[in-house]
Design a protein around this ligand. Structure first.
Ligand SMILES: Nc1nc2c(ncn2[C@@H]2O[C@H](COP(=O)(O)OP(=O)(O)OP(=O)(O)O)[C@@H](O)[C@H]2O)c(=O)[nH]1
Ligand SMILES: [Mg+2]
Length: 414
């Protein structure tokens, strides 16, 4: 059973949120029997719901034979415990549900480590369920089971807590190592222009990636189909660039997840261009754009150059004006990853931007600045070199940071 509160500061309408929650529940393998809602100024501090509502939920749950309550917010550890005791059913909050989906879908070691770290951090203060969680990791068995019914003794709890802290420490170390390795790999990409697909979950990022690069990444009508970052080389109009696809965002994405996906999201932070993909046909377009921008801010990628890509043009109601919708959101390209419409324009735009930022530049470096000349030679790919009276004239492809440092010597074309 789903439970949602209509609160004044909610992100999005309650009906749409519950629809999304049901989709999340479905992705996690649950069948939704009913949704109970209530308008409140704020959640009950003790048990999230008031006494009357708890009775209603408990009675309905019994009638429908529900086995779990899923709450559309993040619960404090004590709210979760009190609500669980009051309804005598397992209570899962939205964050735990998302974490559970991530943990089931994670397929690479990096993704698994990141999800496990987020889960442990979230579960640690919720010690009652700690025990089930750890036993699941170690036994490899599916979770489930009531956290309250199998409450372990205090001593066991202390042991579990200590083991969890040790595990968190290990995971953090491992993730730091992965990030360091990734940084080395990224640096060796040198001066290739990199664009990164970002956007709400299920808007068609992977489909677009497949259409542009001819890859066959998993794309399906589910939330969080992609959990990793995949990068592919793409050549358009003779211009090489890298395109990467990564995990989709959702409103109120758990902070623990955002923090532990630091390594995966490095692609986004370091991209030369973000392609913010949206589903133009979604009735929740505004809300989804706002949610994506909030996550980008959280990972400090909100100041990256961004191009809006309005996808699923084919699915838009023919009575609606796509240009108008795009214009209302700052403009961008209209495409359909499914039919291929607009993809040539997107390719041309990418090639143009890559060329402008990563094409060769012409430098005239005076002999007095031997260091600058050495830097250009060492860090760039020199295409031509001529020694003139005024200095050495180089045509060179340079990494962005060197281009900035050598900006004084760039010969303006024309
Ligand atoms: N009608 C239509 N459907 C599309 C289009 N692009 C993608 N889809 C469908 O949208 C669904 C989600 O596509 P994905 O490519 O998996 O979306 P994603 O953004 O990568 O999703 P996550 O990885 O879950 O964040 C799939 O069922 C696609 O077939 C499009 O242009 N038009
Ligand atoms: Mg995807």
């Amino acid at each position: 059973m789903l439970v949602g509160l209509d609160l004044p500061d909610l992100h999005g309408g309650l009906a749409e949120r519950l629809e999304e929650l049901a989709l999340l529940a479905d992705t996690a393998g649950c069948d939704t029997l009913a949704a109970v809602t209530q308008a409140r100024d704020k959640p009950d501090t003790r048990a999230y719901l008031g006494k009357g509502k708890i009775e209603e939920v408990a009675a309905l749950a019994e009638e429908l034979e529900a086995t779990m309550i899923i709450v559309d917010s993040e619960l404090t550890p004590s709210q979760a415990r009190n609500l669980e005791e009051a309804v005598n059913l397992r209570v899962v909050d939205r964050t735990q549900l998302i974490l559970e989906i991530f943990s089931r879908r994670a397929s690479t070691r990096l993704a698994r480590d990141q999800v496990e770290l987020a889960q442990l951090q979230y579960e640690l203060p919720r010690f009652r369920r700690m025990w089930t969680h750890l036993s699941r990791i170690e036994g490899g068995a599916r979770g489930g089971g009531s956290g309250t019914a199998r409450g372990p003794g205090e001593r066991q709890l202390e042991v579990d807590r200590r083991r969890a802290r040790e595990r968190i420490h290990r995971l953090r170390q491992r993730l730091q190592e992965s990030e360091a390795q990734k940084a080395v790999a990224n640096a060796s990409r040198g001066s290739i222009f990199t664009a990164s697909l970002v956007g709400y979950t299920n808007v068609g990022k992977s489909t677009l990636m497949n259409a542009l690069t001819g890859t066959e990444l998993l794309a399906e009508n589910r939330l969080f189909a992609t959990l990793d970052a995949t990068t592919r080389r793409l050549t358009v109009d003779g211009q090489e660039l890298l395109l990467s696809d990564t995990v989709g965002f959702i409103r109120d994405l758990p902070h623990a997840l955002v923090a532990s996906f630091h390594a995966t999201l490095a692609e986004v932070r370091e991209a030369d261009l973000l392609l913010h993909v949206v589903d133009i046909a979604s009735p929740e377009l505004d809300e989804q754009i706002a949610a994506v921008r909030a996550v980008l801010t959280e990972i400090e990628a909100h100041e990256q150059p961004t191009l809006m890509v309005f996808n699923k043009l084919d699915a838009l109601d023919p009575g609606l004006d796509p240009e108008g919708i795009a214009a209302r959101h700052g403009g961008g390209l209209l495409v359909s990853a499914q039919t291929g419409e607009g993809l040539d324009a997107l390719r041309a735009e990418l090639a143009g931007r890559a060329r402008a930022e990563h094409g060769p530049v012409e430098l005239l470096i005076p002999y007095s600045d031997a260091r600058a000349a050495a830097q250009a030679e060492a860090r760039g790919q020199v295409q031509s070199r001529e020694y003139e009276d005024g200095g050495v004239r180089l045509v060179v492809v340079l990494p962005a940071e060197d281009r900035a440092r050598l900006a004084d010597y760039v010969v303006q074309p024309g």
